[in-house]
Write a protein that binds this ligand. Structure first.
Ligand code: S3P
Length: 446
């Protein structure tokens, strides 16, 4: 356990202004290390997120026999072992705070013929793993876990893995990706159906490394088919800036009067961009410049200026494309004219914290009017929050960053009980934000 890092955010003395970059995309960074470890040859990665979550993946892949070398900031080389070539780890694999690392790795381990144990911090140990272990068992792997399928989880990987056929019952890129990773080491076709399209970084990267993946769209649903036991070949990966990290700076710029912030090189995969579309519907001055394709992913520069926002209704179908962005959207909605209703947020309950409850609590503690109806979050924007509270972050980086952005716009400061978890996804968040202000740092120890 670390000593809690208590920080408070106050209204800045000047607008936010400047041109910045955010760290690499978390989802793509985990996958680059994992696919690199399963490919033959040396994969070079640039722009890798060096947040704690991704470093856990790097450590786990090393423990499984892949070589990972850091050449400089964000620049890594991975010497892979080929599909099915990982070796039994000598110790427990500790995935820290990272659900993506734990779930995707479980998929890899399920089709390797050895024993391993996964654990994590108190947040990760409370999160459901049966959503991956139930379908993965069909490949022949055996799992034992704590009550409710919680970590620590022991895995006896299949000796002759079978391909999987599964309809994923919840919108989850982690479940889809775990099954695809397992299917890599099984003969024949792995076929996964998702009821709503979720982020497709695994599909894109599998193709980039030479696997045969087909995707059939059927309205919102997708059927993904992977040809098993491919020769994955090392391929260089350029990781774009993380749109989920950029989201906090975009909303900060929208809320602080007079601000104009440019964020360069942000990943703009359409299955990740629901927040930006929603903010534009709310009247945000948010534009994209220099749209281009880098490393197989669309990338652009985001330009955000202070804006008067109006409430909108966010449909449930949009949730998978902005699932990590609801806490910061709720903060924006608290300053919008009218009542914002965000529908279909059931999945938020099983994130790093119960994010639906934590988001409502962070706003109501600071004087916003908010309530939860079923799986919907409703924020009444007519009553601007006053701030003044200390927010419980529940080991959740996105709750911590959302609370600090709120404090930039409320009359009284907003504090967080522990900002340390921000480093899981966005190392440097506080100094990057403070650097946009000409006067004294708005985020500091209280
Ligand atoms: C992720 C998928 C999402 C998201 C998480 C990253 C991924 O989780 O919340 O931050 O990289 O696949 P779910 O699959 O649980 O929705």
């Amino acid at each position: 356990m670390h000593a809690p890092l208590i920080l408070a955010a106050s209204r800045p003395a000047t607008p936010l202004a400047g041109t910045i970059r955010v760290p690499g995309d978390k989802s793509i960074s985990h996958r680059a290390l994992m696919f690199g470890a399963l490919a033959v040859g040396e994969t070079r990665i640039s722009g890798l997120l060096e947040g704690e979550d991704v470093l856990r993946t790097a450590a786990a892949m090393r423990a499984l026999g892949a070589e990972m070398v850091q050449d400089g900031p964000g620049a890594w080389r991975v010497a892979g072992r080929g599909v099915g070539g990982l070796v039994e780890p000598a110790d427990v694999l500790d995935m820290g705070n990272s659900g993506t690392a734990a779930r995707l790795l479980t998929g890899i381990l399920a089709s390797h013929p050895f024993f391993s144990v996964l654990t994590g911090d108190a947040s990760l140990r409370s999160r459901p793993m049966q959503r991956v272990t139930d379908p993965l068992a069909a490949c022949g792997a055996r799992f034992s876990a704590r009550a409710g399928g919680r970590l620590p989880l022991a895995v006896e990987g299949a000796h002759d893995p079978l391909p999987l056929e599964y309809r994923v019952p919840m919108p989850s890129a982690q479940v889809k990706s775990a099954l695809l990773l397992c299917g890599l080491n099984a003969p024949g076709l792995t076929r996964i159906e998702e009821i709503e399209a979720t982020r497709d970084h695994s599909e894109n990267m599998l193709r980039h490394f030479g696997a045969k993946v087909t995707v059939e769209a059927d309205g919102a649903a997708r059927i993904i088919t992977l040809v098993g036991q491919p020769d994955l070949r090392a391929a260089d990966v350029v990781v774009p800036g993380d749109p989920s990290s950029a989201a906090f700076l975009v909303v900060a710029a929208l809320l602080v009067p007079g601000s104009l912030v440019r964020i360069e090189g942000v990943g703009l995969n359409t299955l990740r961009c629901g927040l930006f579309a929603t903010l534009r519907e709310m009247g945000a001055a948010l534009s994209v410049e220099n749209e281009r394709v880098e490393g197989g992913e669309p990338v652009g520069d985001l330009v955000a200026a202070h804006s008067a926002l109006r409430a909108v209704e966010v449909p449930w179908e949009r949730a998978p494309s902005m699932i990590d962005e609801y806490p910061i959207l709720a903060v924006a909605a608290a300053f919008a004219e009218g009542t914002t209703r965000m529908r279909g947020l059931k999945e938020l309950r099983v994130k790093e914290s119960d994010r639906l409850t934590a988001t409502a609590a962070l706003l109501s503690a600071n004087g916003a009017r908010v309530n939860i109806q079923g799986d919907d979050l409703i924020v009444e924007g007519g009553h601007k929050p006053a701030g003044g509270a200390t927010v419980q972050t529940h080991m959740d980086h996105r709750i911590a960053m959302s609370a600090l952005v709120l404090g930039l716009a409320t009359p009284a400061p907003v504090a967080v009980d522990d900002a340390a978890f921000i480093d899981t996804s966005f190392p440097g968040f506080v100094s990057l934000l403070n650097g946009l202000v000409a006067g004294p740092a708005p985020i500091a120890a209280p």
